[in-house]
Design a protein around this ligand. Structure first.
Ligand code: AMP
Ligand code: MG
Length: 500
């Protein structure tokens, strides 16, 4: 196993300041070990904005002395980096799964940036003590999907882990067929999951470590909780709110995660672990993006309830630090008001509704119902709704044409027009505001698929091109309109599963 490999040689590195606080928690929380480097690594993709956010200079990836290609394919460490795999447990598809952990990811360190400390992690870097039956690898296809979506979500304004780069290798990896290995580098203020807490309560039965972890998360990420009368209850409530906010983001942008197990929920309320995710094309509340999710447990419309279920699992894990179950339930209670409010506020903005009126929820639901009925495309409908004209007699055909039942749409549109006129909404100003919240470009499966197919043939230019488009999802970018189009028929047959 890689634990016995000699330490990779230290290199010259960019001038980064490493704080590595997670590592100071001690060895109950991780196993220190080196990666199994990808052989003959090559660059696949780089996110310049992510590199800039880390404080790296433009040529960070190609300076000979820094050997970034080696570092981000598991073959070297910059001075200050100390690699480790963390241990966690979790509930998968509603059942207790016991110990899991970073089975193919390694934490490389935490670097100070102008936006605060950021941890760097490589994924697909070989076996760890937590690999269980896995091979410790990630395939090129899934690494590109994680890379593109992390950056797309960031630029959509959705809380998420980010991605710095992808490196690839000719190393064969067996999935349904033989593919090749890749490593994606992720960046986040923390990669701690609900499952880290579950681990110390249910698997390790170590309340001392549980408290240490909770204190670490409070001090590093939720300092305001320290001053609360019950800091751990305050932490649970703060995580509840962040998670509710994340769910409002996902639902409003039409994002399905696909594997909302407790080991895939971030303690910071970030989108984490991009696997068989998907953005909605034709609106179907029951849409299941994960081909292996036969029960539809993680269907689009269920995500907010699943998040609440997961928060209960987190609360259960925190019980040894809380006064009693009632304190836990009280902290969770805020989800019930906070999530609907957060979602309604996002949906109101998506419809361009200013102020709060009594019939708003009905108006929002009415539109969603018609979209579901007629399988209207989620992103295109909202983008076209921005063109809605309140002028008398306007037929608003651009958005109207998306609906099969035009009369039903007209009925809804009459109410919508009334609501807009009641607050003196000005068409041009509303359009501008709506286009700031309704993306023109989202990472539809077929777009990722085209980029992946080309990448598997050795041409990575489409990954980079798509990344550029997704970095400005709200801008018109007229010359890129093909990326904003309806999915082609073949997109319906794309199957994404946990096998990655
Ligand atoms: P996921 O649902 O993909 O987030 O993964 C669940 C657990 O399985 C995590 O502990 C992963 O680290 C682990 N895992 C997934 N794929 C592999 C793999 N190919 N090799 C080793 N561990 C893996
Ligand atoms: Mg995971």
């Amino acid at each position: 196993m890689s634990a016995v490999l000699p330490a990779p040689p230290a290199l010259e590195s960019p001038p980064l300041a490493w704080s590595n606080r997670f590592r100071r928690l001690g060895e109950r929380f991780f196993t220190a070990l080196n990666a199994q480097p990808l052989r003959e690594p090559h660059w696949v993709a780089i996110s310049e904005p992510c590199a800039r956010a880390l404080g790296l200079p433009d040529d960070w990836w190609c300076r000979d002395a820094w050997q970034a290609l080696g570092v981000f394919s598991g073959g070297a460490l910059w001075p200050g980096m100390r690699s480790l795999a963390s241990v966690y447990s979790g509930h998968q598809f509603g059942a207790w799964a016991g110990q899991l952990g970073d089975g193919r990811a390694l934490w490389l360190g935490e670097v100070d940036t102008p936006a605060g400390p950021q941890e760097i992690q490589i994924k697909g870097s070989g076996l760890t003590p937590y690999s269980r039956m896995g091979d410790g690898r990630a395939v090129l296809r899934s690494s590109i999907r994680e890379f593109l979506c992390s950056e797309a979500m960031h630029h959509l304004g959705v809380p998420t882990t980010r991605a710095l780069c992808v490196t690839g290798s000719p190393l064969p990896v067996r999935r349904e067929e033989i593919e090749t290995a890749a490593v994606v580098t992720r960046v986040a203020p923390s990669f701690i999951r609900f499952g880290h807490f579950e681990h110390f309560t249910h698997t390790a039965d170590d309340v001392d470590a549980l408290r240490q972890l909770a204190d670490f998360v409070i001090d590093s990420h939720y300092p305001a909780c320290r001053d609360a009368p019950q800091p751990y209850a305050a932490l649970l409530e703060a995580v509840t709110r962040r998670t509710a906010d994340l769910m409002a983001h996902w639902q409003a942008v039409g994002f399905c995660h696909g594997v909302m197990n407790t080991d895939n929920l971030s303690i910071l309320g970030l989108t984490i672990d991009y696997g068989p995710y998907g953005f909605l094309d034709a609106f179907d509340p029951g849409h299941v993006c994960n081909h292996s999710d036969h029960q539809g447990r993680y269907a689009y419309a269920r995500q907010p309830n699943v998040a609440f279920w997961n928060l209960h699992a987190l609360a259960q894990a925190l019980l040894p630090l809380l006064t009693d179950g009632d304190e836990a339930l009280a902290a969770l209670e805020s989800y019930k008001s906070f999530f609907p409010q957060a979602l309604e506020s996002r949906m109101r903005s998506k419809l361009g509704l200013t102020g709060e009126h009594a019939g708003d929820r009905e108006l929002i639901d009415g539109l969603l119902q018609r979209m579901a009925q007629d399988k209207a495309d989620f992103s295109i409908t909202f983008r076209r709704l921005a063109e809605f004209s309140t002028a008398a007699g306007a037929d608003n055909h651009a958005v109207r044409d998306l609906f099969l039942d035009r009369e039903a749409f007209d009925g809804w549109a009459a109410h919508y027009r009334e609501r807009l006129l009641a607050v003196g909404s000005v068409d041009a100003a509303r359009r501008l505001a709506m286009n700031q919240v309704n993306p023109k470009f989202v990472l539809r499966n077929h777009l990722a698929e085209v980029a992946i197919r080309q990448a598997r043939g050795g041409d990575f230019s489409e990954v980079q091109r798509l990344l550029k488009v997704l970095q400005r999802p709200f801008d018109e970018q007229s010359e890129q309109s093909a990326y904003a189009d309806f999915p082609p028929d073949w997109a319906q047959h794309i199957e994404v599963s946990c096998s990655s």
